[in-house]
Design a binder for this molecule. Structure first.
Ligand code: DOR
Ligand code: ZN
Length: 424
């Protein structure tokens, strides 16, 4: 038994924000009550004193790369989920762009077996939409669903054609799986390494316009309407994309989207000739970044997702043009979100929603703090001052543009299935 006492419990699903004690027994929450009232029932329990801390439902990350199998020199399920736990995440959804690609049930099963042996947090794999994510034939979606995938995506690339997307969506609609698309028009993307604009000209780097993303979002929304399948837009980065999502939702279509901490924090003006500023989609214009923040506030955005994309130094420490896209993200996500709260733009409740019930809804699940719910909780401080040092990260990789940045607020404990997976 574990008693979380004296915390400020924030539960976006019910709107509750109150001092409460929470008792966990086995892998579940067994009681939630005003402070002190669980004393009799919790005799012998381990006690976590959460005084001055926020106790939230367990954070879910819809989008990350754990690199196993095949990319173990950059990350493993063990190191990646340890970094996730340090970031407050209790469940993470690894994308299928591993080697081999997670496009069949035996890869899915091997990921889940490995996770049950070494993972700090829950691992909910995403399966490929097409075989090898090559954009030709369908992947073994039904068999992967049986094995435990929670969604499909060809992330790393877009689902290649409207025709293939239609097939994937017809299939996933029947299986009740969301389709997550990395939206990108490949003809505009080709050869570009950052957002097109003054800064790309200044740096002499090939740029891509925002339409690289929004053209693909428009395609996806229309195929979504044709098939009535759930569509989730990955790492949305442009105002035009957000407007398409807003319009689709106004029509009642099941379209959701996520935004990453780096896209709501940085802009293309921050890009330096340093591959820690190279990710896909690239950092956007200031106008787009501000639109993303507006979307986080007004509910158009459903989830904050990290797109944690580790790459070992041997890959990343090369010329900007030659480096792979991607930055790490688990350990800085909450603190970057809290920056929006301190600057008065986002409410703390809404921020917690974007890490909990929001992503849960995308997956057709619920996340709340109540009796009989899974014992997953994220406990964080809103005033702990600290500095992120990439070299001290639990990740195997160091590729973060936030190395050396000071933050206010941090995860203090991550509780998964009733057990403390991380304690600061
Ligand atoms: O920045 C990115 N990194 N974007 C992607 O789409 C893929 C990811 C990766 O796998 O490194
Ligand atoms: Zn992607």
């Amino acid at each position: 038994m574990l008693l979380i006492s004296n915390g400020r419990v924030l539960d976006p699903a019910s709107g509750a924000d109150a001092p409460r004690d929470i008792l966990l027994d086995g892998d579940r929450i067994t009681a939630v009550a005003p402070q002190g009232q669980l004393a009799a029932r919790s005799k012998g329990a381990e006690i976590f004193d959460a005084a001055h801390l926020v106790v939230a439902p367990g954070f879910i990350d819809l989008h990350c790369h754990l690199r196993e199998p095949g990319g173990e020199s950059s990350e493993t399920i063990e190191t990646g989920t340890r970094a996730a736990a340090r970031g407050g995440f209790t469940a993470v959804c690894p994308m299928p762009n591993t080697r081999p690609v997670n496009d069949n049930a035996s890869v899915t099963r091997s990921i889940l077996e490995r996770a049950s042996a070494v993972s700090s947090v829950r691992v909910w794999p995403i399966g490929a939409a097409s075989a090898g994510s090559k954009g030709e034939a369908l992947a073994e979606i039904a068999a992967m669903k049986q094995a435990g995938i929670v969604a499909v995506s060809d992330d790393g690339r877009p689902i290649a054609s409207a025709k293939l997307l239609r097939q994937v969506m017809d299939y996933c609609r029947a299986l009740d799986l969301p389709v997550i698309d990395h939206c990108e028009d490949s003809s505009l993307f080709a050869g570009a390494v950052m957002r097109e604009g003054k800064q790309s000209v200044r740096l002499g780097l090939r740029g891509m316009p925002a339409a690289t993303e929004s053209l693909a979002v428009a395609r996806d929304v229309q195929i979504g309407e044709l098939t009535n399948c759930r569509l989730h837009i990955a790492h949305l980065s442009a105002r035009a994309s957000l407007e398409l999502v807003r319009a689709a939702r106004a029509k009642g279509l099941p379209v959701t989207c996520e935004v990453t901490p780096h896209h709501f924090t940085l802009t293309d003006e921050d890009v330096q000739y340093d591959s820690c500023y190279k990710m896909n989609p690239p950092l956007a214009s200031r106008e787009d970044r501000d639109a993303l923040i507006a979307g986080l506030i007004d509910g158009t955005v459903d989830a904050i997702a990290t797109d944690h994309a580790p790459h070992e130094p041997a890959l990343k420490d090369v010329e900007f043009d030659r480096a792979p896209f991607g930055i790490t993200g688990f350990e800085t996500a909450l603190a970057l979100g809290l920056d929006l709260v301190y600057s008065g733009r986002l409410s703390l409740m809404r921020l917690v929603e974007l890490f909990t019930s929001g992503p849960a809804r995308v997956l057709g699940m619920k996340r709340r703090i109540a009796e009989n719910e899974p014992g997953d909780l994220t406990i964080f401080s809103t005033d702990h001052n600290w500095t992120f040092r990439a070299e001290e990260s639990a990740s195997k990789s160091r590729n973060s543009p936030f190395d050396g940045r000071s933050f206010r607020g941090a995860p203090m404990a991550t509780i998964v299935a009733g057990r403390i997976a991380y304690r600061r």
